[in-house]
Design a protein around this ligand. Structure first.
Ligand SMILES: Cc1cc2nc3c(=O)[nH]c(=O)nc-3n(C[C@H](O)[C@H](O)[C@H](O)COP(=O)(O)OP(=O)(O)OC[C@H]3O[C@@H](n4cnc5c(N)ncnc54)[C@H](O)[C@@H]3O)c2cc1C
Length: 565
């Protein structure tokens, strides 16, 4: 059986040469201490967390208790001890705390931890995302007394951290947040909330952020305030809200997602209308980057499982990995993993830059939407392909692939389904918008890199990036000042932008590696661009490029330059 220890080699970080190279190239701030932390984290997720995920998923998912030991009504979620221990330890390892306080580290470091964690357990990664999102909003946007009172509880690394939740979705709509019906009432000095939140993950976390409409406030998003809801009221009693039930879900079985009935719950104002929704969007922006990390991570794990199986399983007298069709399938998965990692980390970098330079925000939001959309879509196809390569075993719960596949499906839905990302792209990529300008500038900078005297290895990938850039320009011109046309073209625009950007990022990585005499990434960039951006070509005899370079592509080995054409 290809368990986590096997396929991930007992350490998700050490086994991932692509991640190590990406951080070397693009994170000059990464210290030896950071790398050691990632190494320790990679070992932990590939062993203890992975074993816990398998156990929790199959045998011990969370349970809602509705009565206490004396039969009095109360709601509490019971987790198995392995899940609770892993959930506690992940904060001790700094996945949220590292981004706060005097010696704070870049968010890219903790996003990288999210990428590693998701390779073993989305059901731990989700609460981490929510906790980090609440901490980020409190740190950046909350009034000082609120920040001082609550942030330290979320960011501590002594094993006693309180965890977070973001309660946005209501029954009448998750995407249409302006339809929120939860009411906020000012009582003496405090605020009370009443209403029903339809989806709340990490439902038993200690501090949630939620949206509500104060009495007399405007309709729609502009009338919403952002509130903090602690699990305990100021007098120490349980706050006045109830977990109605846990959702019975397709996947993420280890994660407690429930419905919350707010019954005059004690709340603290974080941002009054009209700033409530905008401030909550900062939490969602952060979560979407973790979502992209999770989508890249789950693909990386699915690929590792598929490769480990294909290299050991024999059928018709040969190992599966020797068959050209299997090689093509694995290479297709691999280049999508690498493109997903490139996109997710481009979003992470943009997030760090936007914290320092607010003018970078349109680019950060755009690259986040593009990364969220495309990586999540591939999370489903890549995990599905892994099951096919494992065959019948892959479909059983004895192997991790079945869980990966079910969990992957949530990544397209939560934090905004694809159409909602497309609407975000429309907001940011309109003609003359700073987001669109940043997109073109990014691609142009890459297209204009000095490419080892324009070596032919780069010609096709660059031509296809250029073609995607032209197509994006044509689409944005077409939808200029035409809302109806914009709605019709939105998905296509997002798809072209996401794939064009992913190809460009791979070309950029390839240019750096080429300078060290390694042509492997140039092959990846060319394969990716051909696979995702080119029109189908007439059949040619002989090995495909993926078959020819199967081993170095699959095992992340060097291909010496000059690259044979
Ligand atoms: C396991 C799980 C955990 C979750 N955890 C949380 C949580 O912790 N907190 C939280 O707040 N929510 C949570 N959610 C809810 C999730 O964020 C929402 O389900 C999601 O945002 C979509 O909202 P919705 O379900 O209301 O669907 P809808 O908003 O009704 O959307 C349904 C479909 O319509 C499309 N659509 C909507 N509007 C448009 C439009 N204008 N144009 C084109 N297409 C459109 C959407 O893209 C989507 O495909 C969770 C969901 C799941 C499955």
């Amino acid at each position: 059986m290809a368990d986590g220890n096997g396929a991930l080699g007992g350490n998700a970080y050490r086994a991932d040469r692509n991640l190590q190279a990406l951080l070397r190239r693009s994170a000059p701030w990464l210290t030896e201490g950071d790398a050691e932390r990632l190494d320790g984290f990679g070992g932990w997720v590939a062993t203890a967390v992975d074993e816990q995920a398998d156990y929790t998923n199959r045998f011990a998912p969370p349970v809602l208790e509705t009565l206490d030991e004396d039969g009095h009504p109360r709601t509490a979620v019971r987790h198995n001890p392995l899940y609770s221990a892993a959930h506690r330890e992940v904060y001790e390892r700094g996945i949220v705390g590292l981004n706060h306080g005097a010696a704070r580290r870049p968010y890219t470091l903790t996003f990288a931890m999210g990428y590693l964690l998701a390779q073993s357990d989305i059901s731990i990664h989700c609460p981490v995302t929510l906790t980090g999102a609440v901490a980020h909003v409190l740190d950046r946007f909350a009034p000082e007394p609120v920040r001082n009172a609550y942030l330290p509880r979320l960011v501590r690394t002594d094993g006693k951290a309180v965890t977070g939740g973001t309660w946005v979705t209501e029954k009448q709509g998750g995407s249409d947040v302006g339809a929120t019906r939860t009411a906020a009432r000012r009582i003496n000095d405090g605020i009370q909330l009443s209403g029903l939140k339809w989806f709340a993950s990490n439902v038993d976390g200690g501090i949630a952020l939620t949206l509500a409409r104060p009495e007399g406030a405007a309709d729609g998003g502009a009338g919403l305030g952002l509130y903090l809801v602690p699990a305990r009221a100021p007098d120490g009693a349980p706050n006045r809200y109830r977990i109605r039930r846990l959702k019975d879900k397709l996947g993420t079985h280890g994660l407690a997602t429930g419905e919350i009935e707010l019954e005059d719950a004690h709340a603290v104002e974080v941002a009054p209308p009209p700033d409530g929704l905008k401030t909550m969007m900062a939490a969602l922006g952060y979560s979407r980057i973790h979502n992209a990390m999770a989508s890249a991570g789950i693909q990386r794990r699915a690929f590792a499982e598929a490769l480990a199986h294909a290299e050991t399983r024999e059928a018709f007298g040969h190992r599966l990995a020797a068959y050209p069709m299997v090689q093509d399938q694995l290479v297709e998965m691999q280049v999508r993993v690498e493109a997903s990692v490139a996109l997710a980390f481009a979003a992470a970098r943009a997030f760090d830059e936007a914290q320092k330079t607010p003018a970078e925000q349109p680019w950060m939001r755009l690259v986040t939407a593009l990364a969220k959309y495309l990586t999540a879509a591939w999370a489903i196809t890549t995990t599905s392909r892994a099951i096919e390569i494992l065959g019948g075993n892959g479909y059983t719960e004895e192997y991790p692939t079945a869980r990966l596949y079910r969990d992957a499906q949530v990544l397209t839905v939560w934090e905004g389904p694809p159409n909602i990302q497309a609407l975000e792209v429309l907001r940011l990529a309109g003609a003359d918008s700073p987001g669109l300008a940043a997109f073109h500038a990014r691609l142009d900078a890459i297209l204009n890199l000095p490419f080892a005297a324009n070596h032919s290895a780069f010609v096709r990938a660059r031509a296809l990036v250029f073609q995607a850039r032209r197509e994006v320009a044509a689409l944005t011109a077409l939808i200029r000042d035409d809302q109806a046309e914009a709605q019709r073209q939105a998905h296509r625009l997002m798809d072209r932008m996401a794939k064009g950007l992913a190809a460009a990022l791979l070309v950029e990585e390839a240019a750096t590696d080429w300078g060290t005499g390694d042509a492997r990434k140039a092959v990846v960039a060319r394969l990716f661009a051909g696979q995702e951006l080119a029109a189908p070509e007439p059949p040619k005899p002989g090995e495909s490029e993926g078959q020819r370079f199967f081993r170095p592509l699959a095992r992340y080995e060097r291909i010496e330059t000059p690259h044979p054409d």
